[in-house]
Design a protein around this ligand. Structure first.
Ligand SMILES: Nc1ncnc2c1ncn2[C@@H]1O[C@H](COP(=O)(O)OP(=O)(O)OP(=O)(O)O)[C@@H](O)[C@H]1O
Ligand SMILES: [Mg+2]
Length: 268
């Protein structure tokens, strides 16, 4: 029996939750932390939220959250279980206290190696069905522009590209947007500038990226928001506790809450 079927019946929506993919060109810019904080923030707003660890090679959402899931996407890809059977409740599952559901990438069973495009298509189809049980679906992706990651991002309703103020992160963010739009010209990602020294400097960095996209790709990605560098972030990761639970007054959390409102698309 599936995890969703085992739990209290989940009301099914008429329309599926929008899928928001969190991507980047360069690694280590804060995608996973942002995704978990976003999921917990939506949970606290009483939105039923599913967080998906779409970093198929180096899944680590479970580690940031300090949980040991019993099943994972690796088991789904291996054909052992259905997608919904891998759903693991975090902080008691979707609730106003910040809980949400997680589709873990792995559960200590090893990495998901050699994921084929067919496997990815299966995950995309499964997510489209699962999304009918949620208000929000957040997909934390691997860094870079490999075919699997671009395919996953291309299936989302909204893509948020995370960058930092570093020139290498910016050029890689630009490359990601370029490749994504070759795959799906209808998607114009929003930008998050993370670990900004100040909100104003982050905004200037966004302007540089937006101008380059406008000049060379013919599209100006909107700003989803700037998140300041905040010592509470590494502290919450070390404590394996989401930021809204550990440091509800953290400046970086104020920024994520603003972005959560900015990028929200409500299902009908
Ligand atoms: N706003 C912030 N302030 C301070 N530190 C931050 C902030 N955002 C992220 N970090 C730090 O950046 C590090 C990388 O974060 P995270 O693992 O979420 O990045 P990632 O983009 O998911 O990496 P990968 O590409 O490897 O998946 C973390 O150790 C975290 O402490
Ligand atoms: Mg990550």
């Amino acid at each position: 029996m599936s995890a969703l079927a085992r739990r209290a019946p989940t009301p099914q929506r008429v329309n599926p939750a929008p899928i928001v993919a969190v991507a980047s060109g360069k690694g280590g810019v804060g995608k996973t932390w942002f995704s978990t904080t976003l999921a917990c923030t939506y949970g606290r707003q009483n939105r039923r939220t599913l967080l998906v660890d779409g970093d198929l090679g180096l899944a680590n959402v479970d580690v940031q959250l300090g949980i040991r899931p019993k099943s994972d996407l690796a088991a789904v890809v291996n054909g052992w279980i259905d997608l919904e059977a891998a759903v693991t409740p975090v902080l008691g599952g979707p609730s106003k206290t910040g809980g949400f559901d997680l589709l873990p990438g792995h559960s200590g069973s090893g990495r998901l190696a050699n994921v084929t495009m067919e496997d990815v298509a299966g995950i995309v189809a499964g997510l489209a069905t699962l999304a009918f049980h949620y208000d929000r679906v957040i997909l934390d992706l691997a860094a870079g522009v490999d075919a699997q990651t671009i395919r996953l991002a291309g299936a989302a309703d909204k893509v948020v590209v995370v960058t930092t103020e570093e020139p290498t992160a910016l050029t890689d963010a630009y490359a990601f947007i370029k490749v994504l739009r070759l795959h799906n010209p209808l998607l114009t990602p929003s930008i998050v500038v993370n670990m900004a020294d100040k909100r104003l400097t982050g905004r200037k960095i966004y302007d540089q990226l937006a101008k380059a996209c406008e000049a060379y790709l013919g599209v100006r990605p909107p700003l989803a928001g700037v998140i300041v560098r905040d010592t509470a972030v590494p502290e919450c990761i070390r404590a394996q506790t989401p930021l809204p639970i550990r440091s509800p007054g953290a400046p970086a959390l104020d920024d994520v809450i603003r972005i959560a409102d900015q990028i929200a698309i409500d299902p009908a």
